[in-house]
Design a binder for this molecule. Structure first.
Ligand code: FE
Length: 153
């Protein structure tokens, strides 16, 4: 019985570890993320924060280019799918590739929303809503703090 309990504990611990390290290609320690990111970038991407509307770098950016994950550099959104949502957050009707973003149920703050994270490093990016423009009808409502803009040369 003792051995059975011990084995059960080990299996449980192993399960927890694999769930935490998930499948992300880029993983860093909390200290490493804090070192790499600004305080706001860290709060948004690693602690699921939200920047105040109309304060970010990109809500009013109309230059052509690519928006990458500020944490790992994965290409997430193109300026060609960016639109003025009137929310004060950079908004897109499509991701560059569906594989580059993950969707997760978010029931915080008494709401049901769909959280969007980077598929390469797990960074919190924002949420996706179904009230966007055509052709997709989607509105990826992102935080500027989660993104790094690379202008088209
Ligand atoms: Fe990332």
């Amino acid at each position: 019985m003792k051995h059975f309990l011990l084995a059960a504990c080990i299996l449980f611990a192993a399960g927890c570890t694999s769930a935490q390290t998930k499948k992300y290609a880029v993983t860093k320690t909390d200290a490493e993320w804090r070192k790499q990111l600004t305080a706001e970038q860290y709060a948004v991407t690693r602690q699921k924060g939200t920047e105040t509307a109309y304060t970010g770098k990109y809500w009013d950016n109309h230059k052509p280019g690519i928006y990458k994950c500020v944490c790992c550099g994965q290409e997430l959104f193109s300026s060609t799918t960016k639109f003025d949502s009137g929310t004060g957050w950079p908004s897109f009707w499509q991701a560059i590739n569906k594989k580059y973003v993950e969707e997760n149920d978010d029931n915080s703050y008494g709401m049901h929303r769909t959280e969007v994270t980077c598929s390469r490093c797990g960074a919190h990016l924002g949420h996706v809503f179904d009230d966007g423009p055509q052709p997709t009808g989607l509105r990826y409502c992102m935080n500027s703090a989660s993104l790094s803009f690379v202008p088209k040369n």
